[in-house]
Design a protein around this ligand. Structure first.
Ligand code: HEM
Ligand code: HEM
Length: 219
């Protein structure tokens, strides 16, 4: 848990430009955006036969499996424990969240981290329930629905619909947070998710590999 390691030390105002998000994570993110949006749209408004919706769902599952592996064995700051913060650090961050200046945080900040975990968990449940979903229309049946009881299929089908609303709400919150950082705090988080580079504040932590630091520091 990132309780003691410093990434954005408020006492140290030096700014550094670093390579934050690795190419694999960025590719994961934008592929996830594409497949979730496609899957969601086709599920809600697509043609009666949901083959394409299923494919988008399988893409989401493949991406989540990659994210699990990357979260366990990838590089800083994509590993899960790099953005697993304790309550003290989260409360500390919340107190400064509405201050009108960029956070210069290296990685997911404690509040952003909560929304990342929530999004990944909701998507995992959404895609898993999809595998067992059967709307009883004699057209679409999740590929694993035959292997479980009817009760389980009914339960999964209800949750698949409910979770689609939860996912929508979490994505809306995600976008609102990004807009809040852009407009209120004057910090562009999207650029870092596109080209990977970000300005961060504080002593460059020891666990940032040297090849990630871009010199000279900018700010
Ligand atoms: C994260 C990925 C997924 C998203 C975002 C998603 C989203 C949705 C949405 C929005 C609906 C329409 C719900 C409604 O009626 O309001 C839906 C329905 C459905 N989905 Fe998915 N889905 C995903 C993955 C899957 C997977 C992997 C499968 C199966 C392989 C699947 C099978 C189905 C089926 C059979 C329905 C029809 C359910 C019904 O009409 O009651 N979904 N999905
Ligand atoms: C279906 C839509 C979306 C989903 C499901 C989604 C999901 C995610 C997830 C899971 C992460 C965490 C990355 C990781 O460590 O794995 C993330 C981060 C991020 N996303 Fe999205 N995203 C969506 C749309 C967007 C859009 C449209 C933008 C740009 C306008 C965006 C910008 C970002 C940024 C900037 C971050 C990094 C936030 C930070 O600095 O902590 N996302 N997103």
């Amino acid at each position: 848990m990132r309780e003691t390691r410093q990434t954005s030390d408020p006492q140290n105002t030096a700014l550094h430009r670093i390579r934050l998000w690795d190419p694999a994570l960025r590719l994961f993110h934008w592929s996830l955006v594409t497949s979730v949006c496609t899957g969601w749209y086709l599920g809600r408004f697509g043609p009666g036969i949901m083959t394409l919706h299923f494919y988008a769902g399988y893409a989401v599952i493949a991406l989540l499996v990659f994210r699990l592996i990357w979260g366990l064995f990838g590089r800083w700051p994509a590993r899960f424990w790099d953005f697993l913060y304790g309550p003290r650090r989260t409360a500390q961050y919340m107190r400064s969240m509405f201050v009108r200046r960029p956070s210069y945080w290296a990685g997911h900040n404690p509040i952003g981290a909560l929304s990342v975990f929530a999004l990944l968990a909701a998507l995992a449940m959404q895609a898993t329930t999809g595998l067992f979903t059967d709307p009883d229309d004699f057209l679409n049946r999740g590929p694993l629905a035959d292997y479980v009881s009817d009760d389980w299929v009914a339960w999964a089908s209800n949750w698949h619909v409910t979770l689609s609303k939860v996912v929508l709400a979490l994505v809306a919150l995600h976008l609102a947070a990004i807009l809040f950082y852009r407009v209120w705090k004057g910090e562009n988080l999207v650029a870092a998710m596109i080209h990977g580079r970000k300005t961060v504040r504080g002593a460059v932590p020891q666990d940032i590999p040297a090849d990630r630091v871009i010199d000279p520091p900018q700010g």
